[in-house]
Design a protein around this ligand. Sequence first.
Ligand code: PGA
Ligand code: ZN
Length: 428
Amino acid sequence: MNTLRIGQISAREVLDCRGLPTVQVDLVLEGGPLGPVMGRADVPSGRSTGIHEAAELRDGGSRFGGFGVLGAVGAVRGEIAAHLLGRTFESQRDLDAALCELDGTPNKSRLGANAILGVSLAAARAAAAARSMPLYRSLNSDAHILPLPLVNLINGGKHASGELDFQEFIVMPVGAGSMLEALQVSTEINLVLGSILLPRYGKSALNTGDEGGYVPQISDPREALGLLHEAVDKAGYTGEIVYALDAASSHFYNKESGIYTVAGKGYSRDQLIEFYLELIEDFGIVSIEDPLDEEDFEGFAELTEASGIQIVGDDLFTTNPARLAQGLEVGAANSLLWKVNQIGTLSEAFDAARMATGAGYTVVVSERSGETEDPIISDLVVALGAGQIKTGAPVRGERTSKYNRLLQIEEELGATATYPGRSFRKPV
Ligand code: PGA
Ligand code: ZN
């Protein structure tokens, strides 16, 4: 970004896939050989959020049901623009530091993490445009690793109007040889899954949740996992697929009683860990996200040790280097779910990823349930070389935009493109 000057910053409300407003930022850099170049980025939004996430600014009141973001848009157009216009920054890190300093709060609650992240991401895009490079290349000159997708085919929890308490039932196409083949396999399984659900549960089972997965009216997680297995077998991919869950368990945990309720049955922490170990054994599960409450570092450590599989911290870590450091100390989880809007600047998110991989944790780059058609996380996952992405079912524009961007990147990378497949925990 050096020698480039911030020439213009603008922002507006646009709609996300739930029809709710979010922030879109345009940022123009001037002074490079190409003249003024613009970067544009949209800010995603979660529904099953962690309590330690950076604070998204919403307007409240009656406009857009309280979800308006005119305050955050106003912060970008007003205070942030006044602070940045005409200035040059040596690096993304310097710009992000200036944004954090201007906000002055630990969780970005004054200007809004949605205002700050929009500027941070738009600046990264503008810097890439100034170098005539795709974003993944501008961020990492050696980027070549495509991600294994964790494809969420059955939705529950806060993402669906069904009875499943676990949020995501996921297939991982580890036997595929490329991104394109991974999508082909996942799509074929999804089509077969639909054909199994329809006669058994009726038309309503084909309704989809926030991330595009089906919502059959069932409550038993074993039944959901059984359906995935059935679809995989019928589609002809037995042995080519492994399985994952995002339990998002803070949302079915009662902090007062210390009890988790799954399919109407109460579980203590130890009983739930036992239940996960059974599911891992019975269904070939190789990754579980947020198996326990977001404050239960100890329980995470116990399951990580006992299971040997990938245990992912989403609400636990909230992409926050300080929370992650706390986890590393006790061996809580062995994988970081990486969502840029949980922390609010690109540099801080990169710090969290670096800290994770430095400690031998894997990194799973993730969408939010509230997305726009902006595919920026596809460039970011390749830039990080993280080797895993979670971006929903391969249906509906806000999810397919990410997959389609990955297909473009795979083609651009040509022979250097590496799809990790079964090596997803060691993608390099
Ligand atoms: P969210 O869910 O975007 O609604 O927070 C995604 C997840 O829990 O992984
Ligand atoms: Zn999650």
